[in-house]
Design a protein around this ligand. Sequence first.
Ligand SMILES: [Mg+2]
Length: 257
Amino acid sequence: MTRPLSELRGPVRALFSDIDGTMTTGDRIEAETYQVLERLGEAGVPLVMVTGRPAGFAHAFMKMTPVLACVSENGGVTFVREGRKLTKLYGVPQQSIPEWRRRMFDAVALCQKSVPGARLSTDSKYREVDLALDWNEEFSLTRDEAETCAEIIRKAGFTAVRSSVHVNFGPPHFDKLSAAMMVVRQVLGGDANDLSPYIYVGDALNDAPMFNGFPKSVGVANVKAWWDELAFKPAYLTEHAEGAGLRELVAHILANR
Ligand SMILES: [Mg+2]
């Protein structure tokens, strides 16, 4: 049963947040949103970004924002800090990546036979492990066409998840949750089997493993667009959508400390 955010209680050791549709509002991180995230950090609650976006994005976020760690490619590549250095943790053994990649490009060709408009996202160039088909960002496919591609890719032996803009796919050995658990263990020094001190906030289908794994999972209101397709629903729901929903959550965390 999903409850209103106002019922969320208890201390918060870190906030894990999705980026697209959660931190962004209409594709932009608003100044106000960035500000409340800084305020959260100053209050001693670290931020971990968790996204389907490429490793290249995560590298930039780690260099330019006070984020503690960044899970990218839906768990394929996770950046953590070791002193001044950034370290990458991969969701699959690094030496297996070229072979996975070869098979993934074959799967893209298969999709294009059934859905001629299927195209790799322009950000696929900056991905190290996973790839993404663009269904709703620079190109547009119907939801059915996007699902058809996801099905073809799954049949070829990969995990495929649809975010609000892409169908992300990759080796079936990681997801946002497995990577977040790694961050809890290796960066936060916590127990990966007890995620109750942490909050996860997201908005789309690729957040389902997180909604399932985090007892304090939160959906920003725009998650309702995919509600019936969500295999696992968030435990709490904000009143506001996108960045305004995230700001509502941060205000709630700060008020309830
Ligand atoms: Mg999202």
